[in-house]
Design a binder for this molecule. Structure first.
Ligand SMILES: C[S@@+](CC[C@H](N)C(=O)[O-])C[C@H]1O[C@@H](n2cnc3c(N)ncnc32)[C@H](O)[C@@H]1O
Ligand SMILES: *[C@@H]1O[C@H](CO)[C@@H](O)[C@H](O)[C@H]1NC(C)=O
Ligand SMILES: CC(=O)N[C@H]1CO[C@H](CO)[C@@H](O)[C@@H]1O
Length: 320
């Protein structure tokens, strides 16, 4: 990926100024602001603005259409590259085996699915090597087994389906897949997390990374996740969450409210989208609340792991 150097430096300078000012003013009364807003029925949150529900889907779509092209660069710029580590952590927790099928909802430009294919391929190679190393004089049984595994694909039959509501994101993702030669085992489907275009009991793993926050009815999305998972399948969600340490929380608030919109403006020419992003992060339920929502949707063994002091969390649960 091309390093967005010049814009980054400009953003850093502008941002450092705004950041310092922000810390000094300590304008971090964000949560108060959020809880002050009383919304009527049938209204959905778009950041801190309330809009009629029908409009939300369209608004979210527009935002992503405008950022799809610069999306990957922005991810690196805003998280200082750390989103890659969070996504790697998600894969380690997922620990998928060759042969398993992933549905990557709100999959965007494919970051999670690419990592999934990579992970599964490495697992498969490790398995193969172990089998071959085991005995120098293999029995007929081992010869047969190794023959079978060589016949199997490098992915052991694994597949990843990237599902996203925005076809622009998928288009960018498809192009990336081509450039990175992730051909096999990948498909791209336009679909809404609240109404997935799949039959019941289809997938071993459902993942949603930095996506469920944008969904209007999270409970509906959770029910849909439960529906399309096979019994025994696992739900995994990577999302911005809540930082409890007050000092870190203050720094984090200042960074996100003062700096992220500036970076958005300088690199993507789009202040509002990134203002919305920061606001929607603060609206997202905390770790405990989201765990309860998962249990409510029917998931078992619900647990979460904080990453980077709770800036993000991985939530996990099983369909039984
Ligand atoms: C921040 S991106 C995350 C992309 C990818 N998972 C990643 O981590 O890089 C959020 C994605 O959610 C998608 N999205 C928003 N609302 C959705 C919905 N209701 N159903 C499916 N996808 C949705 C957007 O189009 C966007 O691609
Ligand atoms: C994770 O973070 C949340 C919120 O910051 C905190 O309440 C919780 O104790 C942390 N949980 C774990 C398991 O570290
Ligand atoms: C378009 C927008 O700002 N929506 C946000 C939805 O959630 C993801 C999670 O990271 C943000 O990246 C998007 O920006």
């Amino acid at each position: 990926m091309a390093a967005p150097c010049k814009p980054c430096i400009r953003a850093a300078l502008l941002g450092a100024f705004a950041f310092t000012r922000g810390v000094l003013n300590s304008r971090v009364a964000v949560r108060t602001y959020a809880s002050d807003s009383r919304d009527g029925e049938g209204m959905a949150h778009f950041g801190f603005q309330s809009v009629p529900e029908g409009e939300k889907a369209e608004k979210v779509y527009k935002v992503f259409e405008s950022v799809a092209q610069k999306y990957d660069i922005m991810n690196d710029a805003m998280s200082l590259g750390v989103h890659r580590l969070w996504k790697d952590a998600l894969l380690r927790i997922m620990n998928p085996l060759p042969g398993c099928r992933l549905l990557d909802v709100a999959g965007g430009t494919g970051d999670i699915s690419f990592r999934f294919l990579e992970y599964v391929r490495n697992q498969q190679e490790r398995l193969l090597r172990r089998t071959m190393r085991k005995h120098q004089t293999p029995t007929w049984h081992e010869i047969a087994a190794s023959y079978t595994s060589q016949q199997a694909t490098v992915l052991g039959g694994s597949r990843a389906v990237v599902c996203d509501i925005n076809k622009e994101m998928l288009k960018v993702g498809r192009q990336r897949a081509k450039d990175l030669s992730y051909g096999t085992g990948l498909s791209w489907v336009v679909g809404d997390a609240e109404e997935l275009p799949f039959e019941d009991d289809q997938f071993d793993i459902y993942s949603i990374a930095f996506g469920i926050r944008n969904v209007t009815h999270m409970d509906k999305a959770l029910q849909e996740a439960h529906r399309v998972l096979k019994p025994g399948g696992r739900f995994l969600c990577l999302e911005f969450s809540h930082v409890s340490n007050p000092v870190l929380s203050r720094i984090y608030d200042a960074y996100s409210f003062q700096l992220i919109p500036v970076i958005g403006e300088v690199i993507a020419g789009d202040w509002n989208s990134y203002q919305y992003l920061v606001e929607s992060i603060r609206r997202f339920p905390d770790q405990e609340t989201f765990s309860h929502m998962m249990a409510e949707a029917g998931f078992f063994s619900v647990r979460f792991t904080n990453l980077t002091a709770g800036v993000v969390a991985v939530h996990s649960g099983f369909k039984l």
